[in-house]
Design a protein. Structure first.
Length: 144
């Protein structure tokens, strides 16, 4: 008796099951590590050199704090006269209501107390000002 052997036909397809397993493992690894890469505190870093700001139609409001801790407002009736905290807040609130896009800056004397400058910023926040710029004198660029 002769044995008849049944021959199997060779399969010409690639077995993709192991590749799918590898891809699933890589997917899990990326899903776990991706949030770890984006942790941290987002900050706006200061620039080394600044360009001069373009003049605007309406002049910005500038709150000046002198070394005695007195406040002055450039849009007040008398910009050279010190004004009280509540008066400053009322005047700024009124100006912001009429023109919400108006810029507001704080200019503190070099000898002014940090607390006095911060108090001016708190008063401005209470008046409805969302962003406040700090003014400095331009210094000549020095290279080291």
């Amino acid at each position: 008796m002769a044995r008849i052997r049944k021959q199997r036909k060779q399969m010409a397809e690639i077995n993709v099951v192991p590749y799918i397993d590898v891809m699933l493992v890589l997917l899990v690894i990326f899903l776990v590590t991706a949030p770890l890469l984006s942790q941290g505190v987002k900050v706006n870093l200061p620039k080394a050199s600044a360009r001069q700001m373009m003049p605007e139609k309406k002049p910005p409001m500038i709150v000046t704090v002198n070394k005695q801790g007195q406040y002055f407002l450039n849009v007040a009736d008398n910009p050279k006269a010190p004004i009280a905290d509540d008066t400053l807040q009322k005047m700024v609130r009124t100006a912001i209501l009429h023109n919400p896009d108006r810029k507001v800056y704080v200019r503190g004397d070099e000898s002014a107390s940090y607390g006095d400058v911060m108090q001016a910023m708190v008063l401005l926040q209470g008046a409805g000002v969302d962003t406040v710029g700090l003014m400095t004198d331009n210094l000549p660029h020095t290279s080291k």
